[in-house]
Design a protein around this ligand. Structure first.
Ligand SMILES: [Zn+2]
Length: 225
């Protein structure tokens, strides 16, 4: 599998984002108020609806994070039970990415840490990672939590997303939905993280961070979904 670039890669990213948003939209009514959103509840619901068996096993190799196996009788996701919650959630969402995007291409996916951490390996892994980040924290949830004034660490805890995954998800949200370039988007998220930390120490109110005014602008440039 070769690494793709240019327009091809943008199409793969767009498809992963749109698929994740569609899967979330089908289940979003379950969270009457988005303030009650938790990604683990969403994942369990999707797995149930798709009639997927969810299993865990304490794989000796901690590099082995998860698997998706699809055959004519059943669909199974297995995750490494030694993973911490945030990592487990991302792994399950990644396997769901293979399920929704790639199950006609392969019947078995075995994912090691490098598949989930490195988006340059191949196009299927990159797409499953983009899908996972979008599914765990869909656009409407990002907007809702920021509109309600939550700071970086409150979002991290509520959604059960890792520090690093939240950072890149917010950077990509600003790029895709507000037209910011990557370096400006990173500065905005770094400022948000810094103000959130300072807010917890009562040094400054986190709502001084520019991300709040950017995401609540009425004239939003929407590139995806
Ligand atoms: Zn994978």
């Amino acid at each position: 599998m070769s690494v793709v670039n240019g327009c091809g890669q943008m199409d793969l990213i767009r498809k992963a984002i749109e698929t994740a948003e569609r899967v979330f939209a089908k289940n979003s009514y379950f969270f009457g108020d988005f303030m009650t959103y938790r990604c683990d509840s969403l994942l369990v619901r999707i797995i149930d609806q798709e009639n997927i068996f969810l299993d865990s096993y304490p794989f000796k190799s901690e590099n082995l994070c998860g698997m998706l196996i699809v055959d004519e009788y059943e669909k199974t996701i297995v995750y490494n039970s030694t993973l911490i919650a945030e990592r487990r959630n991302f792994t399950i969402a990644h396997e769901l990415g293979h399920y929704f995007l790639h199950r006609d291409k392969q019947s078995k996916f075995t994912d090691r840490s490098k598949d989930i951490d490195d988006n340059t390996l191949n196009e299927l892994e990159m797409q499953a990672n983009v899908f996972a980040a979008q599914l765990i924290l869909p656009n409407s949830i990002v907007l809702h939590l920021l509109q309600n004034g939550l700071h970086y660490f409150q979002i991290k805890k509520k959604v059960q997303i890792s520090y690093q995954a939240l950072y890149w998800r917010l950077v990509n949200y600003l790029i895709n939905n507000h037209g910011l370039n990557k370096s400006i988007a990173q500065q905005v998220v770094e400022e948000f993280r810094y103000f959130s930390e300072a807010s917890m120490n009562n040094i400054v109110h986190h709502k001084m961070a520019s991300i709040y005014s950017i995401v609540t602008r009425t004239e939003r440039q929407k590139f995806f979904v």
